[in-house]
Design a protein around this ligand. Structure first.
Ligand code: GLC
Length: 550
């Protein structure tokens, strides 16, 4: 994309379209059943054609894979399953040639227990690496030092396997020991790691669990907010505590201020994954708190509740100060199409919300498969996600992680191996890339036109955000000469634009009808209109919404 066309003074990533690649399931180029770096390179032209500016690639580092790569054993290497550093360099070069940028996923809250740092830490209590982690004496009764729990079930503490009698802290699996960010040596290590990837040409970092990192120096108990009952899903157990002492510590933004000084010479972007339950916290991270932007995770997990979706969008739009990363799906939650009602209905709703997200300042991400309208994968083999396997088959994240269906050959063309690393039910031709790319009316072609909006009409995300009409489930906004109408209601409404207008985009075929100057916006659709002759003035009063029509 030619970014010189963007309004002056904006960070290059604002107004960009990102695409999350869950590398294991994107495309396998070497027949081992696992996606890889060369598989991404092979499909760059397709992503370029779709209109993607930035790729975020999930972890490809050497890893035992207990949490599918989010347990990193070497932060500056490539796991042989995904290729080599040469493959990485080739990918960066191929992306650069196409004007695309690469964000890598950095995992600073914890390493793998197989990382040499942790291995040294348990082998020798006097090793300087001991203080890279959070070892604490047992409580008086011999149990864990406090009441912190792991996201993935059970206590956030495991006894030192070397028998010291101390516990170490892990907010995720016991194989993912938390790093001690109060130790300046950890910062020094990450300074080198960030520099290593910047030198290799990456344009930014997606920061895993950016709201973690620092912990209460006194390791106090978290206040419990509700009773924990047997059989509760680990997510619910986790939500039964107020995480004031293990997450969102004020010191965390200081860390990112230092990171900023490291990445600034490279103009690299810091994009946090922050699970904030408190909106002010979000602003602290992005409003001078070191990060450029943060994911609005709430929208990637909500069900089809249009009033909530709209109010969350507007709340974050205000709080993010342009530093929002929008997405309806990611690799950690059921896919939007399924959360929104599955099939054509879910796909239509996902397209409506995504179109609206493209009209917001910040960076908007697709998750691989969003552009095909993919629903959740149906597992046919064993579960792989530790959230399921370590919790007696509890609902996990595998449903979001099925292989991309490229065509309708075996394993949907994802691999030449007999099975993929995660075995899922084959998908019909109509949901494959081959069945959709170049096919008029397909979801892929609709998304291509949708993403093109940001390039063709940068006013869409950059002109002043003016709310013309706001109802519980519908929204009309002006962006300079553009009007964006999101009707997430289950009934149509009428809109009367003043003067000549042009329909730039509709999120599904037939989303807008009517005659003369009266537009009928069908339910669960977002449309973008432009004025034929932009005059830039007197926007209010130029249009009229007829809610009575419902
Ligand atoms: C993030 C990742 C998730 C991972 C967890 C622990 O939430 O998105 O997949 O399991 O961090 O690293």
């Amino acid at each position: 994309m030619d970014r010189s066309a963007l309004p002056a003074g904006r960070a290059w990533w604002r107004g960009a379209t990102g695409y999350e690649i869950y590398i294991r399931s994107f495309l396998d180029s070497d027949g081992d059943g696992m996606g890889d770096l060369a598989g991404i390179t092979a499909k760059l032209d397709v992503l370029d054609r779709l209109g993607v500016d930035v790729l975020w690639i999930t972890p490809f580092y050497p890893s035992p894979g207990k949490d599918q790569g989010y347990d990193v054993a070497d932060y500056i290497g490539i796991d042989p399953a995904f290729g080599t550093l040469d493959d990485f360099d080739q990918l960066v070069q191929a992306a650069t040639d196409r004007g695309m940028r690469i964000f890598v996923d950095i995992v600073p809250n914890h390493s793998s227990d197989q990382h040499p740092w942790f291995q040294h830490a348990i082998a020798d209590e006097d090793s300087p690496y001991r203080d890279y982690y959070l070892f604490r004496p047992a409580a008086a009764n011999g149990g864990p030092p406090n009441n912190w729990v792991s996201h993935f079930g059970g206590p956030a503490w495991t006894l030192d396997p070397a028998g010291s009698g101390e516990y170490y802290c892990h907010l995720f699996l016991s194989e993912q020991p938390d790093l001690n960010w109060a130790n300046p040596a950890v910062m020094e290590e990450f300074r080198e790691i960030l520099t290593f990837w910047c030198e290799r040409g990456v344009d930014g970092f997606r920061i895993d669990v950016a709201h973690g990192l620092t912990k209460d120096p006194e390791f106090r108990n978290n206040p419990q907010v509700r009773e924990v009952t047997p059989g509760m899903h680990p997510k619910d157990v986790f939500a039964s505590f107020d995480h004031v002492h293990d997450l969102h510590r004020p010191e965390t933004t200081k860390i990112f201020e230092t990171w900023r000084t490291v990445v600034e010479p490279y103009d690299a972007v810091l994009l946090g994954e922050m699970d904030v339950r408190n909106i002010e916290r979000f602003t602290e991270y992005v409003g001078g708190g070191g990060l450029d932007a943060g994911f609005v995770l709430k929208l990637a997990s909500s069900r089809w509740e249009p009033a909530t979706i709209l109010s969350d969008l507007l709340t974050y739009e205000r709080a993010a100060l342009g530093g929002a990363a929008w997405a309806v799906s990611n690799h950690d939650q059921p896919r939007a199409v399924s959360r929104y009602g599955d099939g054509q209905v879910g796909a239509r709703r996902a397209a409506a919300v995504t179109t609206l997200m493209l009209a917001l300042d910040g960076i908007t991400f697709l998750y691989q498969g969003d552009e095909l309208g993919l629903p959740d994968a149906v597992l046919t083999g064993v579960a792989m996600d530790p959230v399921s396997t370590r919790n007696g088959g509890a609902a996990g994240r595998d449903c979001a992680r099925g292989p991309v269906p490229w065509d309708s050959t075996a394993v949907n063309g994802f691999t030449t191996a007999p099975v993929a690393w995660l075995e899922t039910a084959p998908l019909p031709e109509s949901l494959t890339a081959q069945g959709q790319i170049g096919e008029a009316g397909s979801t892929w072609e609709r998304y291509r036109a949708m993403l093109d909006l940001r390039r063709r009409l940068p006013d869409l995300w950059s002109e002043p955000f003016e709310i013309f009409d706001r109802q519980a489930t519908s929204l009309v906004i002006f962006r300079g000469p553009l009007t964006v109408i999101a009707n997430l209601d289950d009934k149509a409404f009428e809109f009367v634009p003043e003067g000549e207008f042009h329909i730039e985009f509709e999120s599904h075929a037939g989303a807008v009808g009517g005659d003369g100057g009266h537009l009928r916006i069908e339910p669960e659709a977002t449309i973008v209109l432009s004025r034929r002759e932009p005059d830039g003035h007197a926007l209010a009063g130029l249009a009229e919404v007829a809610h009575g029509h419902r």
